[in-house]
Design a protein around this ligand. Structure first.
Ligand code: NAD
Length: 347
């Protein structure tokens, strides 16, 4: 039984449907919402052979597609430009519909293309990784990387429709599934400890639809309050401050994003304990290990602080750090850079 959630954003309502097998009925949900003359699907070279035909075959109107090479290194402006050319070549107008079928990379690139092509074309997200289902497809952040850094160009653009089908996760490599579980654990620690109990089960993959629903509800509620990321949305960065620094020190090769977030969350709980809070690191380490995620920070602490500071320069002398008081309750805590420096050296 599919569940539906709605998110009201600055550019309209986003309906999010979650249900096993939804991909097989995607066109009818899409045509209940949109009235396009044609549809353009953007996907990548890994997802296309798995799911593109299932989606395409459901439409009786003209469907065109752009296949982008899989991988973060293709999340760049030249890929967006190639999508614009395909959209024009296929006669797409502002009344038509663009669908993103893929992980967070496809979703971010396609969202940005939809936000900017002809100043905005309707968008439907069909996320196919766990990370994209619980995080990137919801909330309207779109964009691409520059050689100087990740996600430096983008737009806030809510998809009118998000279709989440957990059954497509069956083809994900285990390591990619585990990456998504790092974000799931993040949601559990910041807002809902039931997610932690479900994730700790031996058969947690059997509960993935329920887990996704709980995570999406949290993201929906946070984005509804702070769509443009000027306050509360920062809470979603639990584990990401030190995680990003570790990712950077590993040149984005040694650690995946999910692995870096896992390590970052452990560091954040140890840091909270140093400041006098309860030490939540032991159960967190046990859970992350159970999920196949790393928990040990192997980089020089001074180098971590330097990397973190360069990432957060814009906040001046204070860094907004997300501290978890107890599982399910987090706070945005402004920490003076000197205090954070001392705490990181103690990790
Ligand atoms: N917009 C946001 O709010 C937001 C939030 C978090 C992350 N992101 C972005 O998301 C991106 C990471 O997303 P990701 O982790 O989904 O990576 P990804 O899109 O690169 O997907 C990972 C790999 O899995 C493959 N894949 C996708 N679905 C599959 C399936 N069902 N079966 C088999 N293989 C499949 C992809 O082809 C790719 O090779 C980053 O660029 C990050 O910046 C955006």
């Amino acid at each position: 039984m599919a569940q539906t959630f709605s998110l009201s954003g600055a550019n309209g309502v986003s309906d999010i449907h979650i249900g096993t097998g939804l991909l097989r009925n995607a066109a009818s949900l899409i045509l209940d919402t949109f009235s396009p003359s044609r549809v353009h699907i953007v996907t990548d070279t890994t997802v296309a052979p798995l799911y593109l035909d299932t989606l395409k075959a459901q439409f009786s109107l003209p469907v065109s597609e752009t296949l982008i090479p899989a991988g973060e290194e293709h999340k760049r402006l030249s890929t967006v430009e190639s999508i614009y050319h395909d959209l024009l070549k296929n006669g797409m107008t502002r009344k038509d519909l663009i669908i993103a079928l893929g992980g967070g990379v496809v979703g971010d690139i396609t969202g940005f293309a939809a936000a900017t092509f002809l100043r905005g074309v309707s968008l439907c997200q069909i996320p196919t990784t766990l990370l994209a289902q619980v995080d990137s497809s919801v909330g309207g952040k779109t964009g691409v990387d520059l050689p100087e850094g990740k996600n430096l160009v983008g737009a806030f653009y809510q998809p009118r429709l998000v279709l989440i089908d957990p059954s497509v996760l069956s083809t994900l490599p285990d390591a990619t599934f585990a990456d998504g579980m790092a974000e799931v654990v993040k949601y559990g620690y910041i807002a809902n400890k039931e997610i932690l109990s479900l994730s700790a089960k031996t058969d947690y993959r059997q509960h993935i639809e329920q887990i996704i629903c709980e995570c999406v509800k949290i993201k929906r509620d946070v984005v509804a309050i702070d769509e443009h990321d000027t306050g509360l949305r920062m809470i979603l960065n639990f584990g990401h401050t030190i995680g990003h620094a570790a990712e950077k020190l590993g040149n984005y090769v040694d650690l995946t994003h999910g692995q870096a977030v896992a390590i970052g969350m452990v560091c954040a709980t140890k840091l909270a304990a140093e400041r006098g809070g309860e030490d939540l690191s032991t159960p967190l380490i046990a859970l992350l290990t159970h999920l196949g995620l790393p928990t040990v920070l192997s980089y020089d602490r001074e180098a971590i602080f330097e990397a973190l500071l360069s990432d957060k320069k814009k906040f001046g002398g204070t860094i907004n750090f997300i501290l978890v008081r107890e599982p399910g309750r987090a706070e945005i805590t402004p920490l003076p850079a000197e205090e954070l420096h001392e705490l990181i050296l103690k990790l």
